[in-house]
Design a protein around this ligand. Structure first.
Ligand code: SAM
Length: 209
């Protein structure tokens, strides 16, 4: 697994964003997780991506590097100080200010205000206890063929079989989101064991009746 985590290389803008995020204790995504986000965004030619949990910009840089040149990342966080640091990180990585729309607020207050079926990808990296509700919101926001991705999914999955453990709300939320994604026949699910674990699902065409 160490090889997987070290495979993705980070350049100066990313190492700087990561260092800022570590110092601010905003838990930047792992390099391997970031590389997976970039890969997924590029694979679907993402033009419009929503992120919940801007932090200090590490995941945003990875996403922007996979998105199309004319695309926009909409990123939500409850901490305006983090978002200012993220804004500087995007600039250092060479992205024009109009490539990122930063919205200050709680994800579950902001997402309902965004347009239905207008987004190619939704990445959730905050408030794992509410992942099931974020899944509902994400499915409303995604176009058919769009992808929802949750970070920190592996922890929940690993603890899922613990015989007597009472899950904390975050673990329970991540676990329930995993179950809902697997159970939904209109989704194509994937659990990627990179970094903290990424739970991903493609919003497929509605199954034929
Ligand atoms: C794990 S960090 C995000 C790290 C970031 N994605 C990165 O790679 O640098 C979680 C972030 O979510 C923010 N946050 C926590 N609860 C939130 C909520 N309900 N809505 C939006 N953001 C939230 C925190 O302020 C923090 O910046």
């Amino acid at each position: 697994m160490a090889h997987v985590e070290q495979y993705a290389q980070e350049d100066d803008p990313l190492t700087s964003a990561r260092e800022t995020g570590r110092r601010a204790e905003s838990s930047p995504i792992s390099a391997a997780g970031g590389a997976a986000l970039r890969f997924l965004a590029a694979a679907i030619g993402a033009r419009s991506v929503v992120e919940v949990g801007t932090g200090c910009g590490t995941s945003g840089i990875w996403l922007l590097r996979g998105m199309r040149p004319d695309s926009v990342l909409t990123s939500v966080d409850i901490e305006p100080e983090y978002q200012e640091l993220a804004r500087a990180a995007y600039r250092r990585a060479g992205f024009a200010a109009n490539r990122v729309r930063l919205i200050h607020g709680r994800g579950l207050d902001v997402l309902p205000r965004l347009t239905d079926a207008a987004y190619d990808m939704v990445f959730v990296d905050a408030e794992p206890a509410a992942y099931p509700t974020y899944l509902d919101e994400a499915l409303r926001l995604l176009r058919v063929g769009g992808i929802v991705v949750f970070n920190n999914a592996l922890e929940g999955a690993e603890r899922a079989d613990g015989p007597l453990s009472v899950p904390d709300p975050g673990t329970a939320g991540a676990r329930e989101a995993g179950r809902l994604v697997r159970a939904d026949t209109a989704l194509i699910p994937l659990l990627l064991p990179v970094g903290e674990g990424l739970l991903a699902a493609i919003r497929d065409h509605s199954p034929e009746s």
